[in-house]
Design a protein around this ligand. Structure first.
Ligand code: ADP
Ligand code: MG
Length: 698
């Protein structure tokens, strides 16, 4: 392979390609659509489609697809070929503006949560020109939004684009008040750090739990796990290096800015972080990245596990959503500036985020809620399920000084009068060190750390953008009417700090005493599971905010709540059934075979030496038989719990049963199985152990 800069983005219909292949007029109108959201007329669309098709065909593409993100959480595509018959029996390659702009896939098999009547099976996809088209394999993929015929969003991109739109609108109102007349748009950008596990395909294939559920449902702790901390940032193994090199090439060709990679804390765990970009593109890229990781792994005889908790007792995988907002000219609004005015503006945007996170703690929790992520949050390896904000000592001191009208005790003592005094320079290194906070300020951006590794980042950013837009809307409403802007600004910042400082926490988020303090003293929310948080999506304040901003309709919210809860119930039910199946088909027979052989061995020994006690065999048989009885009992309990789900009246009730009966019974069943694993000879155990799997890649 040649030099990276030469093939970077070679599979993307990006600005360079557009400029080279479109007439100046067409290029200019398309740019207006991309940059300013201006509508595209059909003649321009036809010209773009023609250029896109020619470019794609020259790269070997034969098909095109509208690539979209339904609520299943993965991406979907339906391929159509470019060919059109000619009278002489040959074919020509065709692609029209209409086909580019709109598609009509059959939507009936995608979850809609009751949004679509059966007679209205079709949905439609609409081109998102702000995210570049790209070639995957032999297919030109056109990023699109996906809606029902009635216009309801059936995907994650539509509300994400809406949330970016309202954030831009409200942020611009605030910027105008600070005298910025030039910014045309405010965009949110994201750099998601992606964690994952790599194991060999050979190990994977032998574990039905990994194949059916993405995580291990059994497995005793290996003698060596992550306790030596020798994996984090350690030397990367050759098999992993080969995978990472290949992965980078594939991602770079797709214009994805893969930047850093390293080993994570757990054995076999790694991380890949891209350079940040506009939120909807970052979202598309992250979806693509997850897909390509799995494809490239397969080529190397490996499997990439994106589940949040593939192994109990070993760190799970998350995704850190680094988020900030900036103007179209590149001014980061979460970066303290050099002048008093810029500082005041920074503090107002900072306050908007603090207020948003506090007012909508529940929405942020909901945005990351899945059955898989529930295993991580609050498990002393990932942030707790309680949301708090880390600001760092310096910024905290500044806010305290403003709140109390006291001098700021930084390197030099100074009064903090907004709009007059310059903020001290924050040292990024000191603000960057807290790794236990769910929502940490890291100098010029916030890092939201609660996302699960398999989550689409769309949901978290929809909620974040919307909640911050809401704070900004309230600020702008007040400031626009203020007689004395500076006094009003000062009062508002002060009030935000007073009202919302309970969400600011700079200590150790993994500490148990914090959870007590957070919930009992500070009154912060602690929704431990998906079943706990998801119903609150429809709380009045949430519905009011999201609908008044136009990000969701009430029906869309209801459908999403139902789909997320259904997903939770289905995921856990599949896990429970897999567990029951593995016990009956593998675990119990293996233990029985081993104990039978032990008994046979003991009686053969006894035949030879009648005085022998055979205590080794006897004790082991006794222990394992006791465990088998326990396993049988616990399996029956779990089966009953699964059957009990049929009693549930609706999905909310079912999710509560999952939380209160099925999941606890699964944990109980696992214990005797894992104990039996430790006592059973290796050659009898029916699948690879944690030790085998975690150290499988060479
Ligand atoms: P770390 O969190 O490990 O200290 P960095 O601060 O360098 O690492 O960045 C982590 C991620 O944050 C990267 O994906 C990076 O591109 C992203 N990032 C950096 N600046 C911004 C920004 N202004 N907006 C959004 N993401 C950003
Ligand atoms: Mg980070």
């Amino acid at each position: 392979m040649s030099i990276v800069s030469e093939y970077f983005g070679s599979q993307v219909f990006d600005d360079r390609v557009m400029r080279a292949n479109l007439s100046a007029d067409v290029y200019a109108s398309l740019r207006k659509t991309i940059d300013e959201g201006k509508e595209l007329d059909i003649t321009v669309a036809n010209a773009v489609a023609e250029a896109m098709k020619n470019w794609a065909v020259s790269k070997g593409a034969t098909h095109f697809t509208h690539w979209f993100q339904p609520l299943t959480g993965i991406t979907a595509e339906k391929h159509d070929s470019f060919i059109a018959p000619s009278p002489d029996g040959s074919v020509i390659m065709e692609f029209s503006g209409k086909e580019l702009i709109k598609g009509e896939p059959d939507a009936s098999s995608f979850p809609s949560g009751g949004l679509r009547a059966t007679f209205e099976a079709r949905g439609y996809t609409a081109w998102d020109p702000t995210s570049y088209a790209f070639i995957k394999g032999k297919t030109l993929c056109i990023p699109t939004a996906f809606c029902s015929y009635g216009g309801h969003a059936l995907d994650k991109k539509t509300p994400l684009l809406r949330s970016m739109e309202v954030l831009s609108k409200e942020a611009l109102r605030v910027l105008r008040l600070f005298g910025n007349d030039t910014a045309k748009r405010v965009v949110s950008s994201v750099g998601p750090e992606q964690e994952y596990f790599l194991i060999t395909k050979e190990m994977y294939d032998q574990r039905p739990d990994l194949r059916f559920t993405g995580r291990t449902l059994f497995g005793a702790k290996p003698p060596k796990g992550q306790e030596l901390d020798d994996h984090y940032f350690g030397v990367i193994k050759p098999g992993v290096t080969a995978f990472m090199e290949d992965l980078n090439d594939e991602l770079w060709k797709l214009g994805i800015l893969a930047k850093t990679e390293h080993n994570e804390v757990a054995p076999a765990q790694h991380e890949l972080a891209p350079i940040y970009t506009t939120t909807n593109i970052a979202t598309d890229h992250n979806q693509l990245m997850m897909e390509i990781m799995q494809k490239v792994a397969a080529k190397h005889g490996l499997v990439c596990l994106l589940h949040e908790k593939p192994f109990a007792g070993v760190n799970g995988s998350g995704k850190h959503n680094n988020w900030s907002i900036s103007t179209d000219s590149g001014q980061n609004l979460l970066s303290p500036g050099d002048t008093p005015y810029e500082n005041a503006q920074f503090l107002l945007f900072l306050c908007a985020v603090i207020k948003a996170v506090d007012d909508y703690q529940d929405l942020l929790r909901i945005a990351v809620a899945t059955a898989g992520n529930d295993h991580r949050l609050g498990a002393n390896e990932a942030p707790p399920a309680v949301i708090s904000i880390f600001l760092g000592d310096e910024l905290n001191a500044v806010l305290e000084a403003i709140e109390n009208d006291t001098p700021y005790q930084g390197t030099e003592k100074m009064q903090m009068k907004l709009g007059v005094d310059v903020l001290p320079k924050f040292n990024r290194d000191t603000t960057d060190r807290n790794r236990t906070s769910p929502f940490a300020f890291t100098g010029n951006k916030f890092e939201f750390r609660m996302l699960g590794s398999s989550n689409s980042i769309a949901c978290a950013n929809i909620m974040l953008n919307s909640a911050v837009a809401e704070s900004l809307r309230i600020y702008a409403d007040r400031l626009e009417k203020a007689e004395d802007f500076e006094t009003a600004l000062h009062d508002m910042i002060k009030k935000t700090i007073k009202d919302h400082k309970h969400i600011i926490f700079n200590g150790n988020g993994y500490d148990d005493t914090w959870i007590t303090e957070a919930t009992e003293k500070r009154g912060l929310l602690n929704y431990r599971t998906t079943a706990d948080c998801m119903p609150h999506l429809l709380d009045e304040k949430n519905v009011k905010m999201l609908t008044s901003l136009g990000v969701f309709t009430v029906d869309e919210l209801r459908s999403r709540r139902d789909i997320m809860l259904e997903n939770y119930c289905k995921t856990v039910t599949i896990e429970a059934n897999t567990m029951i199946n593995m016990v009956h088909k593998r675990v119990a027979p293996a233990i029985t075979r081993f104990t039978a052989d032990l008994a046979k061995q003991a009686s053969e020994k006894k035949a030879l030496f009648p005085d022998l006690a055979c205590s080794y065999e006897k004790e082991l048989i006794l222990k394992l038989s006791t465990l088998t009885d326990c396993i049988t009992e616990k399996t029956d309990d779990l089966e009953m719990a699964v059957i009990g789900l049929q009693e549930a009246e609706d999905v909310i009730a079912e999710s509560a049963l999952i939380r209160d009966t099925v999941l606890p019974k699964m944990s109980e069943l696992r214990i005797p199985c894992d104990q039996a694993e430790l006592l059973t000879a290796k050659s009898y155990w029916p699948f690879p152990t944690y030790g085998d799997i975690l150290f499988s890649v060479k």
